[in-house]
Design a protein around this ligand. Structure first.
Ligand SMILES: Cc1ncc(COP(=O)(O)O)c(C=O)c1O
Length: 435
């Protein structure tokens, strides 16, 4: 690395927060020079195959000519205008597409800045819905353990109470109801007992529950757990039976990642409110959407306020909407199903067999997601360094080494990811021995 690059990294270490990283003893960050296709190019010269799709967001690869062109074209028209009292074609087109492709009852779209904000919006919609109906006692959320819905205060309060941040923020967070996490895996025979405790919570507390929130089919950050579609179906039925709004957080699973366009399709259900983010712009710019039914929108609008009480400054940003439209066109006019199926078949043949390794507790896949759950926690700084040396970008957490690459990845590139994981599994110093 040259002097400038060394200075940049040194400043970064001393002054720039990174996600979940100490400011006094930071793990190293790697300086990125550029990225193209599935490759992230480091300033130090390494060319890494991206196994993470930059946290579930990149679908068509980096530096895509059509996405670049959409951004530049929009830039030359208008980069941003306030959304209060003004509107524009990129946002209208985007909302039209989202309504067309999402479950039919979802007819209204609220655009926002990030996944966490989309979930905040969903929770707030649910609360305002019941306030508007005069049922102010319905002011709690119900969810399941092992969930993850974001890092802001309202979303933290519905994240897993043990592995999430409840413990530390106990005095600050609102208290909600938690059912056990779904136990029956997607490929196991269904057993109705899995929803018994959840049903008991509905029975006991439905008068105080505004909404139930869940990540459909895959619980991501809370353990990369893939659960049975009948569980999701039961959640929908319980919400209907007990007059509770159903929020599907499709921020990680939406737009094809699980092999269906929306993970709700695994159970053939439709939520009352659905959150999208991450993949919405193909990984280009932050943008999220909260969709809801006519009923939710009409009740809120007929209430005391006469409107939904939310309005971020960068709501419906034209650049983000334009690139989202280009990304959705690429996705919907392209062959995403074959791409995801090809990744799935490859992982099935080459990642699942790692389950016999003595360091592996379990392997699982769904769509383009592959997970190797180890018996030991990873040594983050060491394993990250080794993955970089092996030419891949994979960022594990806890005991989980997982990949969800851009859909355009080839079999040869997938082979490099699996080879790197296989190599790492042999290296004792990439894991922490608990004493
Ligand atoms: C299911 C789910 N919901 C919400 C979020 C929060 O999204 P963001 O990080 O864009 O705020 C995430 C992020 O990982 C997520 O996986």
């Amino acid at each position: 690395m040259n002097n400038k690059q060394t200075d940049l990294l040194s400043f970064d270490q001393q002054h720039v927060w990174h996600p979940y990283t100490s400011m006094t003893e930071p793990l190293p960050s790697y300086l990125v020079e550029s990225a193209i296709g599935v490759f992230i190019n480091l300033a130090s010269g390494e060319k890494l195959i991206d196994g993470m799709a930059s946290w579930w967001s990149v679908l068509h690869g980096y530096n895509h000519p059509k996405l670049n062109a959409a951004l530049i074209e929009q830039c030359n028209k208008v980069s941003h205008v306030m959304f209060g009292g003004l509107t524009h074609e990129p946002a209208i087109d985007l909302c039209k597409t989202l309504i067309e492709i999402s479950p039919a009852p979802l007819q209204k779209v609220f655009l926002s800045d990030s996944g966490s904000v989309a979930v905040e919006v969903a929770i707030k919609m649910a609360f305002q819905y019941w306030i508007s109906k005069g049922k102010t006692s319905k002011n709690k959320m119900l969810t399941v353990k092992n969930g993850y819905h974001g890092d802001t205060l309202a979303t933290m309060a519905v994240c897993d109470p043990v592995t999430g941040m409840h413990h530390m923020f106990e005095q600050v967070l609102n208290k909600h109801y938690f059912a056990p996490a779904p136990q029956i895996k997607i490929d196991q025979p269904w057993q109705a007992e899995d929803t018994v405790e959840l049903e008991q919570l509905f029975i006991a507390h439905h008068d105080s529950i505004a909404a139930f929130i869940i990540e459909p089919i895959v619980q991501g950050t809370g353990g990369m757990r893939m659960y049975h579609p009948n569980y999701l179906k039961a959640c929908r039925d319980l919400c209907t039976q007990y007059d509770v709004l159903f929020i599907a957080d499709e921020i990680a699973t939406g737009l094809g990642r699980t092999g269906k366009l929306f993970a709700c399709e695994w159970a053939n259900i439709s939520p009352d409110i659905m959150c999208l983010g991450k993949t919405l712009t193909g990984g280009y710019i932050t943008l999220a959407a909260t969709l809801c039914t006519n009923d939710v929108a009409e009740v809120i609008s007929s209430g005391e306020a006469g409107c939904f009480m939310h309005g971020p400054t960068f709501m419906g940003n034209p650049l983000a909407c334009a690139v989202a439209n280009a990304s959705l066109s690429l996705l919907l006019d392209g062959n995403w199903q074959q791409q995801v199926q090809a990744i799935s078949s490859y992982l099935s043949k080459n990642l699942l067999p790692l389950s016999t390794h003595q360091r592996v507790y379990d392997t699982r896949i769904l769509g383009s997601i592959g997970v190797v759950e180890c018996t030991q926690k990873v040594n983050m700084s060491r394993i990250q360094k080794r993955f970089v040396e092996l030419g891949v970008w994979i960022r594990p957490f806890g005991k989980l080494i997982y990949i969800m690459p851009p859909y355009v990845i080839t079999a040869e590139q997938l082979a490099c990811l699996i080879k790197a994981i296989t190599t790492i599994l042999e290296e004792d110093d990439c894991f922490i021995t608990e004493t």
